[in-house]
Every structure is written in structure tokens, then in C-alpha cells.
Ligand binder design. Structure first.
Ligand SMILES: Cc1cc2nc3c(=O)[nH]c(=O)nc-3n(C[C@H](O)[C@H](O)[C@H](O)COP(=O)(O)OP(=O)(O)OC[C@H]3O[C@@H](n4cnc5c(N)ncnc54)[C@H](O)[C@@H]3O)c2cc1C
Length: 379
């Protein structure tokens, strides 16, 4: 698989997908026929995760060509991501608890065997290899992978979620953590996702015979309850003459950026991260930023977090494109406290509007999609 690293190319992939392949999505999206046969899905996630193109932009482009009924499933999947993001925004402690949990889990021999693809489950070993080679897995395979990790290999879900974040080009705090919780049976309490031999074979065209999987596991139990905390992003008015954004909000041009004296794009290195990323993933992020900076008419300084911290000796006021709950936000929170910063967040109106519907389950969120589409004239 060949993931692109500029907005222009990502838009071309999107255009091509809309023109040529989207029509088979509903019927065929669940099949994983290998990295060379991906026409049945969009493979847009690395671009959307870095907001090289936004979910709303994708929805608008799709709906400018097709009526909603024809592409409903695809639009709903796009909004799964928005839903997960909102869900985590409303319950940020789920992320900080995940990070804290990781500190208390040791790497066992079984874990090492699993991440090196040395288990006695063929499909799992193949997926490990595929993930490391392509930094991507099909959605259905991610579900099977996570289920086998948790219920057959009996490894902690948190270590699996950490491993995915390290290897995936589309690694995202919300979609990843909450999907792993969902497979485990914690997100929807008591309902775990069980990978089954027949299902894997049906959707891989009988690639794996006689898999010995634990097909009757009980869900994982986690007693922690998370109350909703209100999202506090005040307004979108410019307050500082310095703008900062991170690598997961790369389409900064969709904000009013022309009047800033200085613009910085920050990439955290593994030193500042609580969940370390693989070299290929960090390199991919670097390339995305470099291309965005190069292709912009504005002067943008691409700096690593250390350099940003140095700046904080002289500057205390920043406008920051809201990076959402996750690694970048945790970093910001730490420096805000330490360096007494005044941060003014700029968030997208679409995000703020949509996230209010993440207070309950996806079924409820989904029923608001038509309202969202018309509120922002996406259809
Ligand atoms: C255990 C597990 C971990 C995951 N971790 C991530 C992650 O770190 N980052 C990530 O972006 N997605 C994650 N997903 C969701 C999903 O697998 C990927 O978004 C999808 O496989 C990306 O491929 P695609 O772009 O071809 O998707 P398509 O099927 O073409 O869908 C289009 C877009 O909709 C969104 N989308 C589709 N399905 C989902 C979903 N189930 N949840 C959230 N968004 C979705 C993505 O932005 C995707 O690019 C995870 C799923 C599981 C089961």
C-alpha cells in the first residue's frame, strides 16, 4: 500500500475513490482480500486522522456527487470517527487512565511473541507482518486482531491499543482506544466482539482454515465509570499574534491564519510522548508536515516540542488549533501548567456542534447525521 503525504495527493485519492470505487462500499467493505485489493474501502484514514482532509470535507464531496441514500453507509462510517472523538472529548479521563494503565503493565513473553508474529495463529502472525509493512490494517481485521489479542492470546487490551498506535499511520487516540475498549466489552459494557473462524474465512475468501480461537469468551470487566464533563472551548476569536498547531490538524488553512505574525507547527518526539510511535510513523508525520509547510504561501516554522518549550521563556500567549484529547493535548496541558501559558483554542464549529451528540451511544449520534449535514450545508 502506498499512502500519500500531501493534501493535494490525498484529495486526488478522495476524488478517484468517489468517481471509481465508492459504489461497492456498502456491499463489500467487510472483505479483507489483502493489501493489494483495497478498492472496496477508501483507505483515507491516514489523511483524515491528520486532518489533511476533514471528515466534513469528505462528506461534502461525496454528497455533491451522490444522494445520501446511495452512500449512507460510507457517510455513517465517516461519522463513527467524529462520534468517537466527541465521546472521548466528553470523557477525557478514559485517555489518561489508558496511559496510566500502561505504566503498570509489564511486557510478558507472550506479548513479545505476539508483536513479533510468533504465535500459533497463522492469520494473526500474517497481520502483524502486514501491519508493520503497511502501517495499516483493514477495519474487519483490526476487529479480529483485537479480539484474538484479548480473548485467545489473553493479553491486556491496553498493550494492544498501544501497539496499534505505535504502528498505524492513522493512529488516533479516540478511534483506537475506544475501538479496543469496544472489542473488549468495556465500551458497551458486557458486549464483547468475538472473532470467529467462519467469519474470518468468509471475509478473507477462505484464506485461513481451522483456526483455533477462543470463541466463547466472557467480556473484560472494568468497573470504572466515566461521567460526562462539559467541553470548554470558548470561542474562535483570534487573541494572539502567534498561532500553533499540531500534526493532527494539518489543514490549518481552513482557519483564519493570514493575520498571524508567527505560525508554528509542532511535532512531539517520543521523548514527550506517553505512547511511543514507531520510526516509520514518525517519519510519515514529518513528511506530511513538511509538505504542508512547503505548499503553503505563509511562512510556517516546523519545530519539535523542545524548541517550542524554549520559546515559552519569552512568549506566553498563543492561539492553538484545538488538538483534541490525546497525546498533543496532554503535552499542552503539561506545559500550560508549568509555564503559566495563556492559550486560546480555535476549534472547528462542526466539531463543537457534532460532539454534543456523543453523550450517548452511536445509534443516537447516527440519528443526528441528517441534522449535522444540513446545519453545515454538507448535502
Ligand atoms: C481495534 C481497532 C482500532 C482502530 N484504530 C483506529 C485508529 O487508530 N485510527 C482510525 O482512524 N481508525 C481506527 N479504527 C477504525 C477503522 O478500522 C479505520 O478507520 C478504517 O479501517 C480505516 O480504513 P479506511 O480509511 O479504508 O476506512 P473506510 O471504511 O473507507 O471509512 C472511511 C473513513 O471513515 C472512518 N471510519 C471508518 N470506520 C471507522 C470506525 N470503525 N471507527 C472510526 N472511524 C471509522 C475513517 O476515518 C475512515 O478513513 C480502529 C478500529 C478497530 C476495530
Amino acid at each position: 500500500m502506498n499512502f500519500k503525504s500531501s493534501r493535494i495527493e490525498a484529495l486526488e485519492v478522495l476524488e478517484h475513490y468517489i468517481e471509481k470505487d465508492i459504489s461497492i462500499y456498502t456491499a463489500q467493505r467487510n472483505f479483507d482480500l489483502g493489501p493489494q485489493s483495497r478498492k472496496n474501502i477508501s483507505c483515507l484514514s491516514p489523511y483524515i486522522t491528520h486532518r489533511l482532509i476533514s471528515e466534513y470535507e469528505v462528506a461534502k464531496k461525496v454528497l455533491s456527487k451522490y444522494p445520501y441514500q446511495k452512500v449512507e453507509k460510507f457517510i455513517q462510517e465517516i461519522f463513527w470517527r467524529v462520534y468517537w472523538k466527541g465521546w472521548l472529548e466528553l470523557r477525557p479521563k478514559v485517555w489518561t487512565d489508558f496511559v496510566e494503565d500502561l505504566k503498570n503493565i509489564d511486557k510478558s513473553n507472550e506479548y513479545e511473541k505476539a508483536i513479533n508474529g510468533e504465535t500459533n495463529i497463522d492469520c494473526f502472525n500474517d497481520w502483524i507482518k502486514e501491519l508493520k509493512e503497511n502501517n495499516y490494517l483493514h477495519n474487519h481485521t483490526r476487529m479480529w486482531f483485537a479480539s484474538i489479542w484479548i480473548f485467545t492470546l489473553k493479553l491486556p487490551w491496553q498493550k494492544g491499543a498501544e501497539f496499534f498506535l505505535r504502528e498505524l499511520y492513522d493512529g488516533d487516540a479516540a478511534s483506537n482506544t475506544l475501538s479496543w475498549r469496544w472489542v473488549a466489552g468495556i465500551q458497551t459494557k458486557g458486549k464483547n466482539y468475538i472473532a470467529q473462524n467462519w467469519n474470518i474465512n468468509k471475509f478473507t475468501n477462505n484464506k485461513y482454515k481451522d483456526l483455533k480461537l477462543n470463541e466463547n469468551p466472557l467480556p473484560i470487566i472494568d468497573q470504572r465509570e466515566y461521567k460526562i464533563s462539559p467541553i470548554n472551548i470558548e470561542n474562535n476569536e483570534t487573541k494572539s499574534d502567534i498561532l500553533v498547531f499540531f500534526e493532527n490538524e494539518l489543514d490549518f488553512q481552513s482557519f483564519k491564519v493570514a493575520s498571524y505574525k508567527k505560525i508554528y507547527c509542532i511535532l512531539l518526539t517520543n521523548e514527550e510522548r506517553q505512547v511511543e510511535l514507531g520510526d516509520k510513523v514518525l517519519m510519515y508525520k514529518k513528511n506530511l508536515i513538511k509538505n504542508q509547510v512547503q505548499n503553503s504561501d505563509l511562512k510556517i516554522d516546523f519545530i519539535e516540542a523542545k524548541k517550542f518549550i524554549e520559546l515559552l521563556n519569552n512568549e506566553k500567549n498563543f492561539d492553538v488549533i484545538y488538538p483534541s484529547v490525546g497525546e498533543n493535548m496532554s503535552f499542552l496541558k503539561r506545559v500550560i501548567k508549568k509555564k503559566n501559558l495563556m492559550i486560546n483554542y480555535l476549534a472547528r464549529d462542526e466539531d463543537k456542534y457534532c460532539w454534543q451528540f456523543s453523550n450517548k451511544g452511536y445509534f443516537n449520534f447516527k440519528s443526528n447525521i441528517p441534522k449535522i449535514l444540513s446545519q453545515f450545508k454538507l448535502n
